[in-house]
Design a protein around this ligand. Structure first.
Ligand SMILES: [Fe+2]
Ligand SMILES: [Fe+2]
Length: 192
């Protein structure tokens, strides 16, 4: 009689745990949706400032939007490389109307704080599951969130202080936020 082994009952395999951990894969798929939603939200912020003829602020948020897309595509690549399922998500609609100049940056800071909590939760799940590769994958995002929260809280302070002086806000962006350059330690992006 021939025995047919399914992967879960195959000899030498029953001790092996599937990696990346299923809980982590599910949560990372959720995070892909969150990163794409952040992309859409930053496009909405950029459009708001663009309409006010604030090209520096608009440019800053268009660039932030591209970064969020990159974060999503890094996560897509990680899952594809690990033979894990990727569910290309729909995204929640962004806020597109703002009360005043300060509202978009306050919303951005709140969003970055929320994403930091999400990134920490993903790292916690990877550790609970002893999923060391996923734990390591998350480390770059932890560092990135520290920078993004710091950038946005500085910007909230500047825009609150100068809300009646658009040129001062534009000058600040031009002086302090004109591009970070490439980060060679960043995870690779799906599709290059
Ligand atoms: Fe992000
Ligand atoms: Fe971000």
């Amino acid at each position: 009689m021939r025995l047919i082994f399914t992967p879960s009952t195959a000899p030498n395999d029953h001790e092996r745990v599937r990696m990346p951990a299923e809980r982590f894969v599910n949560q990372l798929n959720e995070q892909i949706a969150n990163e794409f939603a952040a992309h859409q939200q930053y496009v909405a912020c950029a459009v708001y400032y663009d309409a006010l003829t604030m090209p520096q602020m608009a440019g800053f948020f268009y660039a932030q939007a591209m970064e969020e897309r990159s974060h999503a595509m890094m996560m897509v690549k990680y899952l594809v490389d690990q033979d894990a399922p990727v569910h290309t998500p729909g995204v929640a609609a962004p806020v597109v109307t703002f009360e005043n100049l300060v509202a978009p940056v306050e919303l951005a800071l709140e969003q970055e704080r929320r994403v930091t909590a999400q990134i920490n939760e993903l790292t916690r799940i990877a550790r609970e599951e002893s999923d060391f590769a996923s734990d390591q994958f998350m480390q770059w995002f932890i560092k990135e969130q520290v920078e993004e929260v710091a950038t946005m809280s500085d910007l909230v302070a500047v825009v609150r202080r100068s809300q009646n002086n658009i040129e001062a806000i534009e000058d600040y962006i031009q002086r302090e936020q004109s591009g970070e350059g490439l980060d060679p330690t960043a995870p690779a992006i799906a599709g290059g």
